[in-house]
Design a protein around this ligand. Structure first.
Ligand code: SF4
Length: 268
């Protein structure tokens, strides 16, 4: 079984995929990677406590609910920043991290608080019943796998509407394209939708959330993208069984910021 991230790495640079998935060489992580990991880690951390937050809400006031989410996120961010301290110091990112990550978490807190507040206004339920009935619910870091496709992965966030209907989101730090979606992001989300389809009947689209740009871009599954993903799975499996490293990528701009440049140069 291969991972969805191996598909996106292959699309980005085949030689990098060879270093990662054949030689098992991974870089120390660039600034964007570490900052993305922190954002994900905080959301995952607070997700575990979301039931507790929702059950503690005793008013439909959007402001009060936002405060409940914000204070939970703030505490979570503090402990995650401590965990990532060595990486942050190595990348000289300590001062920047809070300023970069906090607005993203505020946005997430607003989204979830609005969802809960509107639900209470419609149904007037609180406590355990509120958590039980709340729709949609947001679940992060959702593991998915398919033996038929030979593919697995973890989806950043899934909006759960019912037992059959879900909407996946991939959260991306860094620059968004002027229009559309970066190719590797499009393929990644399409692969996740295909994996979700094995479990949920009603899923055919999802969103790439360019969190720094505050832009959500839609991906709709169609037979052409499905075919593209399936062909890519075959190519990555071939690469994994190969003993010859692929040529260097033709775009030198990728190599300038690549954390595996040294190891790549050392290959034949
Ligand atoms: S240095 Fe360039 S060719 Fe080598 S792995 Fe990195 S991006 Fe690919």
């Amino acid at each position: 079984m291969i991972s969805v991230s191996s598909l996106t790495t292959y699309l980005y640079c085949q030689r990098k995929a060879y270093l990662n998935y054949v030689l098992k060489i991974y870089g120390p992580g660039r600034k964007e990677v570490v900052s993305g990991k922190i954002k994900h880690a905080v959301i995952e951390y607070v997700n575990d406590d979301e039931k507790e937050i929702v059950e503690s809400i005793d008013s439909a006031s959007l402001e009060d609910i936002e405060i409940a989410y914000r204070s939970k996120y703030y505490k979570a961010l503090g402990s995650i920043l401590l965990k990532y301290r060595p990486d942050l110091e190595r990348l000289n990112l300590k001062e920047q991290a809070m300023a970069e990550v906090w607005p993203v978490l505020l946005k997430e807190a607003k989204l979830r608080a609005k969802n809960v507040s509107e639900f209470i206004s419609r149904h007037n339920v609180f406590g355990f019943a509120l958590w039980e009935k709340l729709t949609p619910k947001y679940v992060s870091e959702v593991p998915v796998a398919s033996f038929a496709l030979g593919l697995n992965g973890k989806i950043d966030k899934v909006e759960m509407h019912s037992e059959t209907s879900v909407l996946p989101f991939e959260m991306k730090s860094g620059k968004a394209p002027k229009s559309g979606i970066w190719d590797n992001h499009r393929v990644q989300l399409a692969a996740y939708i295909m994996l979700l389809k094995e479990k949920y009947a009603d899923v055919n689209e999802g969103y790439v959330d360019y969190i720094d740009a505050n832009e959500k871009r839609k991906v709709v599954l169609n037979p052409f993208i499905e075919d593209e993903v399936k062909k890519l799975i075959v190519k990555v499996n071939e690469l994994k069984n190969s003993t010859t490293p692929p040529e260097k990528d033709k775009n030198p701009a990728k190599c300038v910021k690549c954390e595996l440049r040294e190891q790549c140069d050392a290959l034949k």
